[in-house]
Design a protein around this ligand. Structure first.
Ligand SMILES: Nc1ncnc2c1ncn2[C@@H]1O[C@H](COP(=O)(O)OP(=O)(O)OP(=O)(O)O)[C@@H](O)[C@H]1O
Length: 576
């Protein structure tokens, strides 16, 4: 995945900033929490006096105040929890929406090389990890850091000598934490990439499960998956093993500072320069530090691990769509359907032209068939019209307007596409016909289905138009799916229609229903059809024979047959 972006959390700021209100509220909770904590330490020191004097009433009073402060501390903790989690979840939500929106805008060419599983992993898991890191930062890291500042200040106030003794180990600890963090980041990136590769394999296999089973390749696929899963496990194991080594080392250093503290305090008390009360208060402060230190260490690890996810998400956001709308793009008005290619050139890779200087004028309502051997460039040719790709030279015009000058939305809404293989999205049949419209007129959907010869079979389904179809429309036959695709195009009522005739054979009845529906939908529209059927080419106004990206012959079926050249050859091979 390219391109590589700068690796840091600063890129998250535009997502965090709008949450300032929640963060400020959470921060008030944090400050309250820290002050309540300091008050607790202070009161513990006070407690030592009535204890030493056996003053039960004073002890009871202080205990009462302690209880009240505990309650208050709990309240502030809840405030902090609620607002910080709200802010973090909102950040993740907005980031996810942005990434998904960005993906939708990327050009078709990008998706032909990207792995679907990897993309979905980035939108789901990686964004979750980023959200978790933001949550930990706001909710854990900030209060712990504040405690780590406030409590030692108080400890210095109590006894700077003791504090100095306790903190001797600190630099070693910090260096170690940073070292482990760097390593963790590296391991985590490897592990995330590996899991995302696994998810890519899964998506690929589940969408191609028919082929896997048809080729009895289950054992092969299981072995391939296990191998990848093992690499993922090992990558994760490296991360966890590192953490397992780090935790006891840091724990030992903590214990060591505690021992130094005890030893130093005993010496000071015996020398008379420290009171037992002060020592207890100091000790409670030191005890209160253990928790934040632990949290900061684990947070730091988490931040380093999540940095890999931040990178993976922002890498995606940095990819620019190959086909971009001009900033001052016009809305294409309702067109009559005149399509013109002016010396159009296109190549997927530089130096390998697929469309080679093609010029063509299609009049409104003209039906044009594209024929040619596999790889001749037929699909590429039609993909240029809705700007799935942009030509490198030349212009395509619709009703004399350059398609580069108009918005993609207004262009594509006037071009209907009936592909070879119809994708069904999860939802009802009606939603599938009115695809892309959140509100639609049921009568219009039915009308479209009637034109597409689909009304009959839809009415026979248990819930009619409200029958839910699977995400890949598994419960519909090939011919039925094609007719749904035709109904989809009819409902759009486009002036221009692109048709990629299915090569797969349908049974005779289904075939004639599809054919009949196509004829109806082609009527009165400018049609480009990648033709595989004799009945289609016969009826077309013009047939273009494509070869190596060039139009080598053009004319009606009869004219081209009479030429006895490429088309006649092709016809003999393909249709006879
Ligand atoms: N996304 C792509 N990236 C790189 N090369 C591509 C891409 N799509 C198609 N090609 C190549 O461009 C050439 C033309 O492909 P195209 O699909 O346009 O041909 P076609 O005439 O529609 O073939 P078919 O009848 O087999 O579908 C082929 O050599 C193909 O390998």
């Amino acid at each position: 995945m390219s391109p590589k972006t700068e690796s840091n959390y600063r890129q998250l700021l535009p997502y965090i900033r709008p949450q300032w209100q929640n963060i400020v509220r959470g921060f008030i909770g944090i400050v309250g929490y820290v002050f309540a904590t300091l008050a607790l330490i202070y009161l513990v020191q006070k407690l030592s006096i009535p204890f030493s004097e056996g003053d039960v009433i004073a002890i009871a009073q202080l205990a009462g105040i302690l209880g009240a402060i505990f309650l208050l501390r709990g309240f502030f903790q809840s405030v902090q929890d609620i607002y910080m989690v709200k802010a973090a979840l909102q950040v993740a939500f907005n980031l996810r929406k942005r990434v998904y929106g960005h993906l939708q805008r990327l050009s078709l060419g990008y998706f032909e090389t990207a792995k679907a599983g990897d993309l979905s992993y980035r939108v789901t898991e990686d964004v979750d990890r980023v959200g978790e890191a933001v949550h930990k930062f706001l909710h854990d890291f900030i209060p712990c850091a504040l405690q780590l500042i406030a409590i030692p200040i108080y400890m210095v106030y109590l006894s700077w000598q003791l504090t100095l003794a306790t903190l001797t180990i600190m630099p070693v600890m910090l260096v170690l934490i940073a070292w482990f963090g760097e390593k963790l980041q590296k391991y985590s990136r490897r592990s995330q990439n590996q899991v995302s590769d696994l998810s890519a394999i899964l998506t690929e296999i589940f969408s191609g499960i028919r082929i896997v089973q048809a080729f009895a390749a289950e054992a092969y696929e299981i072995a391939r998956f296990s191998k990848e899963a093992e690499v993922a496990m090992k990558a994760k194991y490296s991360t966890e093993r590192l953490k397992a080594i780090q935790i006891p080392i840091i724990g030992f250093l903590q214990a060591l500072s505690f021992l130094i503290l005890l030893f130093f305090a005993a010496w000071q008390i015996s020398a008379g320069s420290l009171t037992v009360g002060k020592f207890f208060s100091y000790l409670s402060g030191a005890a209160l530090l253990i928790d934040p230190i632990g949290h900061i260490t684990s947070n730091y690890n988490l931040f380093k691990e999540a940095e890999a996810s931040v990178d993976r998400v922002f890498e995606l956001l940095a990819i620019k769509p190959a086909v971009e709308e001009q900033f001052d793009a016009l809305t294409l008005p309702r067109v009559s359907g005149k399509v013109e290619f002016r010396q159009v050139n296109f190549a997927y890779k530089p130096g390998e032209p697929i469309i080679d200087n093609i010029s063509l004028l299609a009049e409104p309502g003209e039906v044009i068939a594209l024929v040619g051997s596999s790889g001749a460039g037929k699909t590429t040719f039609v993909n240029l019209i809705p700007r799935f790709y942009d030509s490198q030279a030349g212009e395509i015009l619709i009703d004399d307007i350059k398609i580069r000058d108009v918005t993609l939305n207004s262009l594509r809404r006037q071009i209907g596409i009936v592909p070879q293989e119809t994708t069904m999205f999860s939802g009802t049949i009606a939603q599938n016909i009115a695809f892309g419209q959140s509100e639609f007129d049921m009568a219009a959907v039915e009308e479209a289905a009637k034109i597409a010869n689909a009304h009959q079979f839809i009415s026979n389904l248990p819930d009619g138009y409200y029958t839910v179809v699977g995400e890949r429309g598994v419960n519909l036959s090939g011919g039925q799916r094609q007719r749904i695709a035709i109904a989809r195009a009819v409902l759009l009522n486009p002036r221009i229609l692109i048709l990629d005739e299915a090569t797969s054979a349908l049974d005779a009845e289904s075939e004639s229903l599809v054919q009949n529906a196509l004829e109806r939908v082609m009527e009165g529209r400018t049609v480009f059809v990648i033709a595989h059927r004799l009945s289609t080419v016969r009826k077309c106004d013009r047939i273009l024979v494509l070869e190596k990206g060039q139009i080598v012959e053009s004319g009606t079926h009869e004219e081209l047959l009479a030429l006895k050249r490429r088309y006649a050859e092709f016809f003999a091979k393909q249709f006879s």
